[in-house]
Design a binder for this molecule. Structure first.
Ligand code: THU
Length: 139
């Protein structure tokens, strides 16, 4: 897969958002940006807590914000995650499951590392194969 101009725009949005992360404990800032159908971009950052387990990742914060703006299942097209680490970082397992509820297996995931400048591209389906989705439940 090749990086598109839209992917790059999403990385810029996630990078800008990351400046507002609240990560005083890990000092590991994460910015996320979701592209909704129609092109709207919604961002999120990681928000930590002194009760460490209450920390919420940037990806889930972006997703819950998007739902508050009317995002419906199947209607987000891409996600960018931006960090500054020794290697490119991919969404954690909990975020993958939550993203799978609203994305599709072919939803693009763009991971960018500010330290190295490296960008990797994958899909939600590759990050969480055989996922448990709303379609898994009996009707
Ligand atoms: N974090 C994210 O925001 N997204 C991820 O995909 C991985 C981890 C945050 C949680 C915590 O604030 C910090 O990064 C270190 O784990």
């Amino acid at each position: 897969m090749k990086l598109t101009p839209r992917d790059r725009k999403l990385v810029v949005a996630a990078t800008r958002a990351r400046k507002h992360c609240y990560a005083p404990y890990s000092r590991f800032g994460v910015g996320a940006a979701l592209e909704l159908e129609g092109g709207t971009i919604v961002t999120g950052v990681n928000v930590e807590n002194c009760s460490y387990g209450l920390t919420v990742c940037a990806e889930r914060n972006a997703l819950t914000t998007a739902v508050g703006k009317g995002l419906l299942p199947g209607k987000f097209t891409a996600l960018a995650v931006v960090t500054e680490a020794d290697a490119v970082v991919s969404p954690c397992g909990a975020c993958r499951q939550v993203l799978a509820e609203f994305g599709a297996p072919d939803t693009r995931v763009v991971m960018h590392n500010l330290k190295s400048g490296e960008t990797q591209l994958t899909t939600l389906g590759a990050l969480l194969p055989h996922s448990f989705t709303p379609l898994s439940l009996p009707r």
